[in-house]
Design a protein around this ligand. Sequence first.
Ligand code: RBF
Length: 173
Amino acid sequence: MKKATRIATIGIMSALATGLMFLEFPIFPAANFLKFDPSDILPLLSGFIFGPLDGILVLLIKDLLFYLLKSGDIVGIAMNFAAGVSFLLPAVYIYKIRKNRVFEIMGYVVGVLSVTGIMTVLNMLVVPLYWKIPMSETVKLLPYIAGFNAIKFSIDSVVNGLIRERISKIFEN
Ligand code: RBF
C-alpha cells in the first residue's frame, strides 16, 4: 500500500472510531465508570488488515480525539487505551502466525483473556485512587470489571470476525 493511502486510511479509521465512541453507555449500574462503546472494532480491523502498528495508531488517535472533544478525563482515556492495546496486540500477532480461521479465533480468545486479566489488575490499582475508596470496596467490583472487559471484547471479536474479510477486499490492490 502506498504511504499516502496508508495515512489516509489511518485517518478515516480514526475519525470513524472517534464517532463510534460517542455511543458509549454504562452496562453495569454498580460500575458505571465502565462504559461500553463499539469503537475498538476499527483499531482491531486496522490491525488485522494493515498490521499491529496501524491498529495501535488508530486506537491512540481515537482516544486523543475523544479526550479533546468529549471526555476530558485522562484516567478514563488511559484505561480505554490500555484495554485496547491488551486485546489488540495478542489478537493480531496470533493471527499473523498463520492467517486462517483457527489462528484468528485463537487470537480473539487469547486477546479476551489478556485484556480481562490485565485490566482486572490495573483497575485494582487505579480504582481505589480514582474513587478514593478502600480496597475492600474495590474488590466487590471485580466481577463487573472482569465481566465488562470479557463482554466488550468478545463483541468486538465477533463483529470483526464477521466483517473483516469484506472490509479488507476494499483495500486490495
Ligand atoms: N475501559 C475498558 O475497556 N476496560 C476497563 O477495564 C476500563 N477501566 C476503567 C477504569 C476507570 C477508573 C475509568 C475512569 C475508566 C475505565 N475504562 C475502561 C474506560 C471507560 O470504559 C471509558 O471508555 C472512558 O472512561 C471514556 O469515557
